[in-house]
Design a protein around this ligand. Structure first.
Ligand code: MG
Length: 390
């Protein structure tokens, strides 16, 4: 058994949305296929992934370093002990050869994306959904059938006012979601307070509305928003500070009692450990939002969870960034707090199986082998194209 090829392609996301800091007009993502010599139904088993949302495609690192390292390794050195499947831990170690400590983002997205595609192949070879493979390995075999899922939305867009924001939230509730996250920080404080009040009117209770500042605040604005928003006791206040400004985050937490969420822009176990040691976060209410494919992938995520456990953080406090099937499988497999969804926002990269239905805020886990991209027609067409490419 061996990997016969690893291919990647950069695909534009084609989105007109904007958060407090930047627009997505140039955003791309890397789609990866890990092709094996294992045959099923006359076709080689291939694992797929993409690099989640919000970090640009990173094909150069993959082509220059990580793919050649895997392809140069002895095939047996990348297999599990029984030799009947690939071993993601060994493949991660293979990619990490000759890499200098620190400076994570330059490689963590490229490595994590390839690593998650390896897991898709592993689950397909085992003929099990990825969440089942992960539950057996990392959650004492505890199999879930559904996970909680909230909408990450409420973006700023040209011509979008309070009424349109409320229409957006209403449409999501009609689809079966119960909890909504909206952007803040792209307007003035009074305008954003009005948006929050308008959102609360639609969702009906404060624990069903979160806000996301996308790390765009300086000290003055972060503290101003914390003061202005604390009266609402929202589900959470996401990324009120620069991801690495742990001291300012601790200052925000000292005046903001309700939950804070952060972590989607920290890419290593050490960065997350620094966050919980120095960021003033409270393990009884705050949430951590690691993006797994952008942070070296699933093996490293398991190590991060072990570190968090030593700091008394439980899995229910982890809501990984990225509304996609990879995150869904990871949330279900590890038994995490919940999953994000981006209905209609990031083109073919948004969302779950084409026939997925949310019921009262819960989303069913896939029962297909692997991650289940095959149930997302438009996205799967891109992925399949990589396998047939010469
Ligand atoms: Mg966010």
């Amino acid at each position: 058994m061996r990997i016969t090829a690893i291919r990647e392609i950069a695909v534009p996301i084609n989105s007109t949305i904007r958060n407090a800091v930047f627009d997505f007009s140039e955003m791309t993502t890397s789609v990866v296929a890990v092709i094996t010599d294992v045959m099923r139904d006359g076709k080689p088993v291939a694992g797929f992934s993409f690099n989640s949302t919000g970090r640009y495609a990173c094909g150069a690192q993959m082509r220059d370093r990580f793919i050649p390292r895997i392809m140069k390794a002895q095939p047996e050195s990348l297999l599990n002990d029984t030799g009947d499947n690939l071993d993601p831990e060994k493949i991660l170690a293979c990619m990490m050869q000759r890499e200098k400590p620190g400076g994570h983002t330059e490689r963590s997205v490229a490595i994590g994306t390839i690593e998650v595609a390896v897991w898709d192949a592993v689950a397909k070879i085992a003929d099990k959904p990825l969440h089942v493979v992960l539950a057996e390995k990392y959650n004492r075999g505890k199999l879930l059938t559904k996970v909680q899922c909230y909408v990450g939305g409420g973006w700023y867009a040209p011509g979008k006012g309070i009424k349109e924001l409320q229409d957006e939230i209403r449409a999501r509730l009609d689809e079966g979601y119960t909890t909504m996250k909206i952007k803040v920080g792209g307007a003035t404080v009074p305008e954003d307070v009005k948006r929050v009040e308008a959102g609360l009117k639609v969702v009906g209770s404060s624990d069903r509305l979160a806000v996301d500042a996308n790390a765009g605040f300086n000290r003055a604005r972060a503290l101003q928003y914390a003061q202005a928003l604390k009266q609402f006791k929202l589900r959470w206040f996401e990324e009120p500070t620069d991801p690495l400004d742990y001291a300012l985050l601790a200052d925000v937490a000292s005046i903001y009692d309700s939950p804070i969420g952060t972590g989607e822009n920290l890419f290593s176990t050490q960065d997350i450990e620094n966050l919980v040691r120095f960021g003033g976060l409270r393990e009884d209410r705050d949430i951590i939002q690691i993006d797994v494919p952008q942070s070296y992938g699933i093996v490293q995520f398991a190590r991060t969870l072990a570190m968090l456990k030593r700091h008394k953080w439980e899995r229910r406090s982890i809501f990984p960034h990225g509304g996609n099937q990879m995150t869904l499988a990871i949330v279900g497999g590890f038994g995490l707090g919940g999953c994000e969804a981006y209905p209609d926002v990031f083109g073919v990269f948004a969302g779950f199986a084409d026939d997925a239905k949310v019921e009262n805020g819960w989303l069913k886990l896939s029962d297909r082998p692997g991650i289940g991209f095959e149930a997302q027609n438009a996205l799967y067409a891109v992925m399949r194209g990589l396998v047939s490419r010469k």
